[in-house]
Design a protein around this ligand. Structure first.
Ligand SMILES: [Zn+2]
Length: 282
């Protein structure tokens, strides 16, 4: 599933490709997504120019000059391909290419095999009031994310910290990979209950979350399964994972004797896999 760094990478690629572009036509082959594409989607966005691109949590937002914004989510398997004008003549639709947006600069192709993603429009000035965004917590890169905020959200919760990091109403945009990686960097066990995390540890954890996500963005995200950057290349952050996907291996920062310790542990929490080092993470 594309997580925050992957979505940020996609947003930046879209920004380079279509900022200032005028939408000329829209082809919709399939409307049945997590939320169906509205019947008037093509009519509403055709003729509008792209004014600004941004990310809210794991959504890409394309603000148009007609007061509307395209809201785009990539679900589990969603991908975007950017076809330049030069390559448009040789472009052929592939299986699961569900939406094609033609602009005067390039063409955007939304491919989503499992259709857990979505594409819709909202009024730009009503975005944050919409049901999609109203309950979202603070973005990891929002300056309002500080130790007092996190501590206040955690102090009464009797669930493991790893599970709370995936709760989008606390911090939005941290996914499963980066939750394990951030807890490792912060040296906090994923099993610790939220109520036992100190104010000081909240500060360390926030720093770790930002560091991990920033590194992942610089690497173009992580490529697991389907994810590709919009130019088709892989993200490279998976080569920097310290613990995620490394069950039984030694962790980078301690001389775990794997034969004695068993190396990095994998456990399941709230249905999702967690990886950690039980020597370093307390
Ligand atoms: Zn270790």
């Amino acid at each position: 599933m594309p997580e925050l760094p992957e979505v940020e990478t996609i947003k930046e690629a879209l920004n380079r490709a279509v900022n200032g572009a005028v939408i000329q036509s829209v082809l919709i082959a399939e409307r049945r997504f997590r939320i169906p594409i509205p019947d008037d989607f093509a009519t509403k966005i055709t003729g509008a120019a792209v004014k600004y691109l941004r990310r809210i949590a794991k959504y890409v937002i394309i603000d148009l000059d007609n007061g509307l914004s395209i809201v785009w989510h990539f679900g589990m398997s969603g991908r975007v391909r950017i076809i330049s004008r030069d390559n448009l003549a040789s472009f052929t639709r592939e299986k699961h290419d569900h939406v094609i947006i033609y602009t005067n600069k390039c063409t955007l192709v939304f491919n989503d095999a499992r259709r857990f993603g979505l594409m819709t429009y909202l009024k730009t000035d009503e975005l944050y009031a919409s049901t999609l965004f109203a309950k979202l917590g603070i973005d990891p890169f929002d300056e309002r994310l500080n130790k007092q905020y996190l501590f206040s959200k955690l102090k009464d919760k009797h669930i493991p910290i790893k599970v709370a990091l995936l709760d989008q109403s606390i911090i939005c945009g941290i996914g499963n990979i980066y939750a394990s990686e951030a807890l490792y960097l912060a040296r906090i066990s994923p099993l610790r209950l939220c109520k036992d995390i100190s104010l000081h540890e909240c500060q360390i954890l926030i720093g770790a979350i930002k560091t991990i996500l920033q590194k992942a963005i610089l690497a173009g995200g992580s490529t697991l399964k389907d994810y590709r950057q919009p130019d088709g290349s892989m993200g490279y952050f998976q080569f920097q994972h310290a613990v995620y996907g490394k069950e039984g291996m030694s962790c980078p920062d301690c001389q775990c004797e794997i034969c004695k310790t068993g190396g990095i542990k994998k456990i399941i929490q709230a249905g999702r896999s967690t990886f950690y080092c039980n020597l370093l993470q307390k």
